[in-house]
Design a protein around this ligand. Structure first.
Ligand code: NAP
Length: 474
């Protein structure tokens, strides 16, 4: 018998569980997949944009894995709280694989970042993804201009969501509050700003192209700005993705102005690095950028010339960062847990029974599929160690121990109850399933208790009522 805990039920956690039961010839292997949220799927549920329905549909295959009889989902269990330290977890399982991702957003470290109207893209994504920890901020959607700093796929996601029309989002599971706020949004022009040139942008071509396909939205690029990049003039030596990106941008640059003006604009800007967020009366009014130029080494240097872009909303989409888990080693320089082929290193030596996979292992890069080989590598290490690990005595059943510590895991049936409640909520709104955006609602739905009903029942001030008051979303 081998009992393994996988901490985190995002793609890396689920692929780890899948590889464990798929690659293992250990008889009687049991895998518990723990998550701090009552819901599985990590960033597929709480990071992939609602209008990326094809990527969202990956939840179907992750679900099949979690329904394997050798795997159990234990939601609402946060490792690191209520005495459930990594050391305690290792007394309950032969092995623990940490797949906890990279939860924190990076900051710019420039003046004005604290002004109202300046947010991390993570805050905005959490809000439109109905993450229960999301702060329901006033995102400054009452101003026409917005600036998104960064040139990765998160920057593209938030830019797209800012200019998408609400009726296009209505069929998705976006929470009702976010849908209504986006319906009323005054944002008409989004500047997505990169500090380097187009050949160094981190977004992928499919995501870039999508911006050009948005209805009633024009994508504007400045040919002179693109031409500053040596990779733009001579793209042959570029990696394939960068070459394709450059070709898309070149086509946009060469496009003649189209007939009637579009209602919304996305302006892709390059060679501008943010130096200050400007404000008035505590609120964002503009971002000051320094113009940069290539330094010949693939990076850029400042030119001493500046430009201000007016904005009522600034989203920084400059990458994620791993967060240390107390009791687990952490390398602050890389934001990851030190490891060797997935084996956690304590003082440079593999710690028996402790492993990592996903972003906390390799940093916040790659697409969802990148987690598969990453998980496989970790699982190969774990299974090689399994004969020795399985000899260590552990508690006979982790559940009573978790209860004794004050954790009340939401089982798979609890998650299925949340799904039913989200379908019911959508039904009251005349929509498909709509995400429940708060802890009380999720826990109430998972445990079949009254919290969900009380919060949502028509006539009691729930979301259904607010929608009725606000009229239909169109
Ligand atoms: P990312 O790909 O690392 O991009 C971060 C961007 O921020 C880069 O353009 C970077 O520029 C810029 N940046 C960093 N520090 C900056 C600073 N101080 N000032 C100005 N710009 C700065 O990060 P991400 O967009 O958060 O994405 C994380 C991962 O999730 C990626 O692997 C991404 O592909 C994936 N993802 C995928 C999808 C999808 O497939 N649809 C959607 C969302 C996320 P430099 O290059 O100059 O450093």
């Amino acid at each position: 018998m081998l009992r393994v805990a996988v901490v985190g039920s995002g793609p890396s956690g689920v692929y780890t569980a899948q590889a464990l039961v798929g690659q293992s010839d250990v008889p009687g292997i049991r895998v518990d997949v723990l998550d701090r949220l009552p819901c599985p799927y990590g960033l597929v549920r709480y990071g992939v944009a609602p209008d990326h329905e094809k990527i969202k549909s990956l939840q179907g295959s992750l679900r099949t894995v979690l329904e394997d009889e050798r795997i159990a989902f234990l939601g609402d269990v946060e490792v690191g709280t209520r005495g459930l330290t990594p050391a305690r977890l290792l007394e309950l399982y032969h092995a623990v694989v940490y797949c906890v991702g990279a939860a924190r957003d990076r900051r710019l470290g420039i003046p004005g970042e604290e002004l109202r109207g300046s947010f991390s893209a993570t805050e905005f994504v959490s809000w439109y993804s109905a993450h229960p920890d999301a702060v329901h901020e006033d995102f400054g959607l009452d101003r026409a201009g917005a600036v998104v700093v960064g040139a990765g796929n998160v920057a593209v996601d938030v830019t797209r969501l800012l200019v998408r029309r609400a009726e296009e989002l209505r069929p998705t599971d976006i929470p009702q509050d976010a849908l209504e706020a986006l319906k009323d949004s005054a944002v008409r022009e989004v500047h997505m700003v990169a500090r380097r040139g187009p050949s160094a942008a981190r977004f992928t071509t499919k995501e870039l192209r999508e911006l050009g396909a948005l209805p009633d939205t024009e994508v504007v690029v400045d040919p002179a700005e693109l031409a500053l990049d040596p990779g733009y003039a001579a793209p042959d030596g570029l990696p394939a993705v960068s070459r394709r990106n450059v070709e898309v941008l070149r086509a946009w640059a060469g496009r003649a102005a189209e007939g009637s003006p579009r209602a919304r604009a996305v302006r892709l800007r390059f060679f501008l690095r943010p130096v200050e967020i400007l404000g008035e009366a505590g609120r964002v009014t503009a971002v000051r950028f320094e113009r940069t130029e290539p330094d010949g080494q693939g990076r850029v240097r400042g030119t001493g010339r500046y430009e201000e872009i007016p904005a009522g909303l600034v989203l920084r989409a400059v990458g994620y960062q791993g967060v240390p888990l107390p009791g687990l080693p952490f390398d602050t320089a890389t934001g990851t847990v030190p490891h060797e082929a997935g084996r956690v290193l304590r003082d440079g030596v593999p710690s028996p029974g402790e492993y990592v996979a996903g972003w906390i292992k390799r940093g916040p890069t790659g697409v969802i599929g990148t987690n598969r080989p990453c998980a496989k590598e970790t699982v190969a290490s774990l299974l090689a160690d399994a004969p020795a690990l399985a000899r260590r005595p552990i508690a006979p059943d982790p559940l009573p121990e978790l209860h004794a510590l004050g954790h009340e895991p939401v089982p798979w049936t609890g998650w299925l109850a949340i799904e039913r409640a989200e379908a019911a909520l959508g039904g009251t709104l005349g929509r498909g399933p709509v995400k429940i955006p708060d802890w009380t609602g999720l826990r109430g739905a998972a445990r079949g208790g009254p919290a969900f009903d009380a919060a949502r029942r028509p006539g009691e001030g729930g979301l259904a009522d607010r929608t009725r008051e606000g009229g239909p979303i169109s």
